[in-house]
Every structure is written in structure tokens, then in C-alpha cells.
Design a protein around this ligand. Structure first.
Ligand code: SF4
Length: 584
């Protein structure tokens, strides 16, 4: 790239960022300075400078500052030239094999990048930065804080996530330097952003230039160095943690338990969310908190009321254990929810995951909350084929995560990993690696093994139990009974049922055997319910009898069908048959 109409002068002073006074052949001229950076080490009184006479008659100043001699070094100061140089250099066949398109000034997100290139089948953004700051052969950028530069670098990271190739290209506007490094003195945030971008797959390049008073062109690659302290400060793990936090804050779903997350609310939601889908939990959660808004209310609740609030969520022991823990808190902690991990972990029904979740979400303590989502994400990130059903593997993941939890963002980090597993690194179907903020770290993605990971051994096969369910009715009421206080579905209400799959004749005989005379009967069909270790395969009959009270079976209760919804919690195992409760 050549300049014409170049004249030599001597620098006098710079009254503001945009102009300088230059002595040209004994006359003090006002010269336009395109480079609005400080350039304090370059523009010193008496420094030989080179200026170009403008051919634009409308311009107030006749001259543009192009280059300055700094000792034996010629430094080009034209801030408009680096973009043109890079575009020209690319067209000459550098960096890419076959360029099909180059467009300057391309808008992407809320940034405008210097160059958009289509080459070798790739879509590429290049942000170009001119570098003039040099000391002892080390060149640095920026020479003044630049929030815009930070924003550009951040946007390039996003572009990489979305499948673009991205570059920050530092054009060192001089020759003979040793290496480039971001200027941590003037703007550490830029250096850190650049370092993170490099870790996220943004290419950071620096090239020096052969410069003269009237020419400049790109020459040789210059090493890019980040300070060792930066490696310590923003090592890979720290970067990973910050990426998770950043992603979570931008992408989290609005969920009722994320508003005002005090310990009690976190606890209730986390217990409900075990084994149950988020969508299904929402209405249960809101109703539960309305009815039992405090630990005290939970501790004092009637068992039937508690089970009724839990009806449909299954795993009723979770609710019973919560009540035991609430009573523990009332006695041992005067009703105040404990605020240390160890104390929380000591509560009935609370394991490592829930203790970690309450500690981190409610109190901001840097404790890991490792659930199935986190195990999946971490297994894929590390390419681990260890069995995530094993306690030892879970423990290892907890130990690995604990030291990297950001002290000031423990909640968002933990929730970010969980959320990532729930909506991006999903359990069923292909993970959405293209949307994943951690894809640049991911071993499974690199190896193409995401669909095989995690490995989870199957537990013992479930026992199949055949049962026959009866809806005994007499025109006004139907029969239910309370289950025993211990064991499966303890203390809940059920339709009478017996082991085995009965034919219609056997069902009639059974009915008569317990003193109930069938008037009419109907087969209701089959239903299945899966518990953790058992599967119920059920056959059902509706049997209209002359009078329910005549039964000799102990423990039957005769109720109106509406009361099932109001007072008597009937678990979802009987969901299929509940729909027939109200019909006669
Ligand atoms: Fe999961 Fe894919 Fe992200 Fe890896 S890149 S963590 S497999 S979504």
C-alpha cells in the first residue's frame, strides 16, 4: 500500500486527540491525526513525522499524519490503513485457500466487524486492530481503555458458538518487534476478554509490517503472548465456570422457585423435582407453598393434608421425610433453617445434592449440587465412560467441581450446569452441541461420542406384580381404604385391590366372599404403574352392589366420589381408575 504526496515535518504539539501542530518547512501547520489513541511515546516534540497532503478541498486541515520515526523504527500511525491492509493481504492468497467473498463493515449482533469473509466453505468474521504502542520490542494493545474492543471480542466468541470462524487480527504498524501482548496496564478487561476468546476458539493473530514514509504492507507473523499470571487467573477451569455463569444468566428459564430463593423454597422445589418433570412440579409447588408457607406450617401439618398436597407427585416418603426434617428444625434450630452445608445435610431426607443446592442457591455457599444433569454434562465434557450410577463417580465429580465454583456466583454456576443439562446437553435424543457454550471444551463432542455418554448401569430389574382393583359402588358411595402406615404408598388411600389378575367370574366370587352382592359389573381395562423397584400390572372392575355397608371386610370407608379430590389422597398409581370413581 503506497501513499502519495508525502512530506516530512517535525512534531510540535497535539492540542487535542484529533489534531497536531507540525513544523513543515519552517511553517507551523495543523495536521489531522487519524489515530485517536494516546500515542504519547510517539508524538514527542521534535520527532520526525510524515504527513500526506489531502486532495479533499473541503477539509479544514490540509494534512494527515501518516508515520512517525521512533528512534530507528518507522511507525505507521494511519488508523484507517490496517483494515485495508488485511483485506489486500487476504486477497493475495494469505490465510485462506479460496476466498469467494470479502465484505468490510459487517453487522453481527450489536457489533460491526471490520471484515466478513467467505472462504474455503467457511463464514468468517475478522476484527482488525492497529497496534502502534511499542516498548523494548514488545507491542501492546490498546494504548487507552476501549470498551468497544471488549464488546467486539465477546461478540466474536458468540459467533464461534454459532458456527462462524472468528479472528482478532492485530496489525503491528512497524517492523522488528519480538511479540504482541494485550496491554494489561491500560485495560485489563480487554486482555482477559481476549484470553477467554482465544480459549473459546477465536483465533488471535498478530503480524508486523514493513513500513516506510510512504508505504506499508503486512510481513511476518508475530507471536502472541498472554501473561503467565493470566493463565493462573483465568485458567481453563475458571474460564469454564465463568462461561457457565454467563450463559445461565442469559438463558435461564423463569421458574417459580427461582424467585426469592430462600432455603425453605429451594428445599421444597428440589425435593419435588426429584423424579418429576419441571412442568409437572410448578402447580404442586405453588399450591404447597400457599398451604404450608413456612417450616413451622410443614412441621405442624396433618399427615393427610401433607399427602393430599403431594398426591400425584409419587414417592410419598419424600414428603414424610420433609415433615420429619421440619420438626427437627423446629426442635434443634428454633424453627430457623440451618445455613451450613453440614447442618443441612444432617436433616432427614436430604442428601448431598439437595444440601448442595440449598447451600448454593439460598446461601451462595460454594458447594456443588450434582444431579443427573450435571453428571451427564461433566461426563460428556471430560469424555468419561465411568458409570454415573456409582456413588464413587458422583463423589469424584463433586470433588472436581467444588474448587472451581466461583465464590461470588455459586448459585448461578450450579444452576447453570443443571440448566445446561436440562435444555442443551439433553438426556434423550441428540445433545444440542451447536448451542452449547462449553462445546470448545467438550471431549465427547470432539470425539463424536456424545450419544454414547454417559454410561449408566441398569439397576436391578423391577419386580412385576399383578393386581386386581375394585371400584365397589352402591349408587351413592364407593369404597376406599387406607393403606398400612409403613411400606409402599404408606397411609394413602386406595381402591380395594388384591394380588393376582382375576377374571370377571373370579371378581364376582371375591365380591360375594366379602359380603358384597353384585347387581351389575363392568371390566374397566388394564393399567400399569411403575415404582422404583416394582411394576403394578392392574386389571380393574367396577362392581355395583346392593349395599356397601353389608361388607364383612374391615377397613373399608364409604365416601362420595368428590371426596377423593378433597380429603382422601389417592396416589397416582390408581390414576387410570380414578376417572371411573364418579360414574355409576
Ligand atoms: Fe453436551 Fe454437546 Fe455441550 Fe458437550 S458440546 S457438553 S455433548 S451439549
Amino acid at each position: 500500500m503506497h501513499y502519495v504526496n508525502i512530506r516530512k515535518g517535525s512534531f510540535i504539539e497535539r492540542p487535542n486527540r484529533f489534531i497536531a501542530y507540525i513544523d513543515i518547512e519552517g511553517k507551523k501547520e495543523t495536521v489531522h491525526v487519524k489515530n485517536t489513541g494516546r500515542c504519547a511515546e510517539l508524538l514527542v516534540p521534535g520527532a520526525p513525522v510524515y504527513v500526506q497532503e489531502t486532495d479533499n478541498p473541503a477539509r479544514k486541515t490540509r494534512w494527515d499524519l501518516i508515520a512517525v520515526e521512533k528512534g530507528k523504527r518507522m511507525v505507521n500511525m494511519d488508523s484507517q490503513i490496517p483494515n485495508k491492509l488485511v483485506a489486500e493481504w487476504l486477497r493475495e492468497g494469505n490465510l485462506f485457500e479460496e476466498i469467494t467473498r470479502i465484505r468490510p463493515e459487517y453487522t453481527y449482533g450489536s457489533s460491526r466487524f471490520d471484515l466478513y469473509v467467505e472462504a474455503d466453505g467457511k463464514k468468517i468474521f475478522i476484527e482488525v486492530k492497529g497496534v502502534t504502542l511499542e516498548e523494548d520490542g514488545v507491542v501492546r494493545f490498546p494504548d487507552a481503555p476501549s470498551e468497544r474492543a471488549v464488546k467486539h471480542v465477546e461478540e466474536l466468541k458468540t459467533a464461534v458458538r454459532e458456527g462462524y470462524e472468528a479472528y482478532v487480527f492485530f496489525v503491528v504498524q512497524m517492523k522488528g518487534v519480538r511479540y504482541f501482548t494485550p496491554n494489561m496496564d491500560t485495560h485489563p478487561a480487554f486482555g482477559e476478554a481476549l484470553f477467554r476468546a482465544s480459549k473459546a476458539g477465536v483465533h488471535i493473530l498478530a503480524y508486523d509490517c514493513e513500513t516506510g514514509k510512504d508505504y506499508i504492507h503486512i510481513e511476518d507473523e508475530v507471536p502472541v503472548a498472554f501473561a503467565d499470571t493470566m493463565e493462573d487467573k483465568i485458567g481453563e477451569e475458571t474460564y469454564l465456570a465463568e462461561t457457565v455463569v454467563e450463559w445461565y444468566r442469559a438463558n435461564k428459564r423463569e421458574l417459580p422457585w427461582r424467585k426469592e430463593p430462600d432455603a425453605y423454597r429451594v428445599w421444597v422445589s428440589e425435593i419435588m423435582l426429584q423424579q418429576t418433570r419441571v412442568e409437572a412440579v410448578k402447580s404442586y409447588y405453588e399450591r404447597f407453598l400457599r398451604e404450608l408457607p413456612t417450616v413451622k406450617d410443614l412441621a405442624e401439618a396433618e399427615e393427610d393434608k401433607l399427602l393430599k398436597l403431594w398426591e400425584g407427585l409419587g414417592y410419598y416418603n419424600r414428603a414424610r421425610n420433609m415433615q420429619k426434617a421440619a420438626r427437627q428444625i423446629m426442635i434443634d434450630c428454633h424453627g430457623v433453617f440451618p445455613d451450613t452445608y453440614e447442618e443441612i445435610l444432617s436433616l432427614k431426607g436430604i442428601g448431598n445434592y439437595t444440601a448442595g443446592a440449598i447451600s448454593a442457591f439460598a446461601y451462595g455457599l460454594p458447594k456443588p449440587a450434582v444431579d443427573g444433569n450435571v453428571l451427564r454434562v461433566i461426563s460428556r465434557l471430560t469424555g468419561s465412560r465411568e458409570d454415573i450410577a456409582k456413588q464413587s463417580v458422583r463423589k469424584r465429580v463433586e470433588d472436581m467441581l467444588e474448587p472451581i465454583i466461583p465464590k461470588d456466583a455459586a448459585s448461578d454456576f450450579n444452576q447453570g450446569l443443571i440448566e445446561l443439562g436440562a435444555i442443551v446437553c439433553v438426556p434423550n435424543g441428540e445433545p444440542k452441541c451447536g448451542e452449547c457454550p462449553l462445546s470448545c471444551f467438550c471431549e465427547a463432542r470432539r470425539q463424536g461420542t456424545a450419544s454414547e455418554i454417559p454410561v449408566k448401569s441398569r439397576g436391578k430389574a423391577r419386580r412385576i406384580e399383578e393386581r386386581t382393583v375394585f371400584l365397589f359402588k352402591d349408587g351413592k358411595k364407593l369404597a376406599i381404604r387406607k393403606r398400612p402406615p409403613k411400606g409402599l404408598l404408606a397411609s394413602l388411600y386406595e381402591f380395594p385391590n388384591v394380588q393376582g389378575s382375576m377374571s370377571m367370574e373370579e371378581a364376582v366370587a371375591y365380591s360375594k366372599g366379602i359380603g358384597l352382592m353384585p347387581v351389575r359389573m363392568k371390566a374397566l381395562g388394564n393399567a400399569k404403574h411403575i415404582f422404583s423397584h416394582i411394576e403394578w400390572h392392574m386389571t380393574g372392575y367396577e362392581i355395583i352392589v346392593d349395599e356397601l355397608e353389608r361388607t364383612n371386610e374391615k377397613g373399608f370407608l364409604f365416601i362420595r366420589a368428590e371426596e377423593i379430590g378433597e380429603e382422601y389422597p389417592v396416589p397416582s398409581a390408581f390414576e387410570y381408575y380414578k376417572r371411573y370413581a364418579g360414574t355409576i
